[in-house]
Write a protein that binds this ligand. Sequence first.
Ligand code: HEM
Length: 509
Amino acid sequence: MNLPTESGVDVVTVSLWVLLVLVVVKVVNLVKNFQDHVRALEKFPGPPRHWLLGHVHKLYPPDETGALKFTNELTAEYVYAFPLWFGPIGFLNTCHPEYAKTILATTEPKDEVVYRFIKPWIGDGLLVSHGQKWFRNRRLLTPAFHFGVLQPYTRIFSDSTNIMMAKWKQQGAGALISVFDDVSLMTLDSMLKCALTVDSNCQVDRKQNPYVSAVFGLGKLAVQRFLFFPLHSDLIYYFTPMGYRFRKLCRLVHQHSETVIRERRQALKHQEGHQDSPNQGKKYLDFLDILLKTKDEDGNGLSDAEIRDEVDTFMFEGHDTTASGLSWTLYNLARHPEYQERCRQEARNVLEGRSEVTSPDLPKLSYITMCIKESLRLHTTVPGVGRKLTKEITFPDGKTLPAGSNVGVSPWNIHHNPHVWKDPKVYDPSRFLPENSKGRHSHAFLPFSAGPRNCIGQHFAMNELKTAVALIMQSFRLTVDENHIPTAANSLVLKAAEPGLFLKVMALD
Ligand code: HEM
């Protein structure tokens, strides 16, 4: 029943009019924001776009035949930056060190496009948190990556590499191995030992360990979602079998982390009261020990929920990235026997047949380090990172981008920018000789990003890479199989498109 007001106008009619006005105001605002967004991006020259799709059709597949190639061609043409459009959503892709430096000097929050796919897994850990929370936790976590803490991990990296090499030996001379499969298990094995002192035996028996299977499963599902645009919608994803499985695996991983944290907290309490506790004999501090003990200036530590997010972040960010870095380094050395031989000579001189790399060995592996760096350049592990601006930003040439804009830094494009690197497609470790590095822009080489939000795990990762490459070079010769030339593909980190990356491994006497 419509109730007339004193003036005779009924309430429903008035409500409908108010609603209509609100809807119109909202639509006008949306259109205006969209026009502002388009105008802001149009200040930057870029490729023509389809009225509906934007550049989506050019960015598929996200590999060297699609997005990675297309954006490198645009980099050669536009030099500094160019807009890219996913339908109506555009962002500025920056591909030059000067532009990257401006963005990476800020602590602007991560964009909401890619990171939200992994947020249900890694929560509000260091990779995705922002503002005061990020600032406090970055300070609390930094001691976990101190030189002294990382030192004993070289033994763990050596052990994990030795297990992988034993598997290769068993497969016989000249066996064709699927590099990413073996190397990912190896880096996850190391990460579980360094972060949680968990010996999962995952390299030998992966399927027996539900946690390890879940971490792999989550990584695969996140990539699937990233690659298939319709799944970007939270609503659609929620109702798909993949969405269901993702939530189930998240629960499993969270429960595992929570149990490990609870048990360790109890063990630490027990240890404080008992000098003869079993933990006293432990040879190294793992990340969890440090996270449980760290305190800010007010004496407050991290809550169990915060620690869980950080542990899950390390698992996500710490193993797949390093696996990519190592897999592509092995591939590049297999492609270039002359560089491989120099690495082998260096490894043999430094290790003298030892099966364990020690911390003092690492600075002596200078040629191997150059080969790893050149591989991180050519096969950039994290092809792109994104930010959502909360305030206007001004680039060195005076151009501005307003608050609310999405902006990306593409280490992949910067590393392949012919205005920054001579012959960018050529694998040439000598680029990283000290004399050839002089005068290079501080942001020309960005595998670990730069600025306040750079990779906190970069020394951990480089130590693991150097250890693994030295041990592998000492004991194996690697060759490519011409029937299996891989195509690099952006799967959040750089992997190889199906069927993957295969190498022949030959044990040396
Ligand atoms: C080759 C191996 C690695 C590469 C190439 C790499 C690369 C990167 C990059 C590019 C970022 C910036 C991401 C962004 O701005 O969105 C980053 C951040 C981060 N990385 Fe790594 N990473 C590697 C290994 C690791 C390892 C081993 C760990 C942990 C043990 C780790 C932990 C993190 C964390 C926690 C952040 C977020 C830092 C912050 O925002 O304060 N990374 N990494």
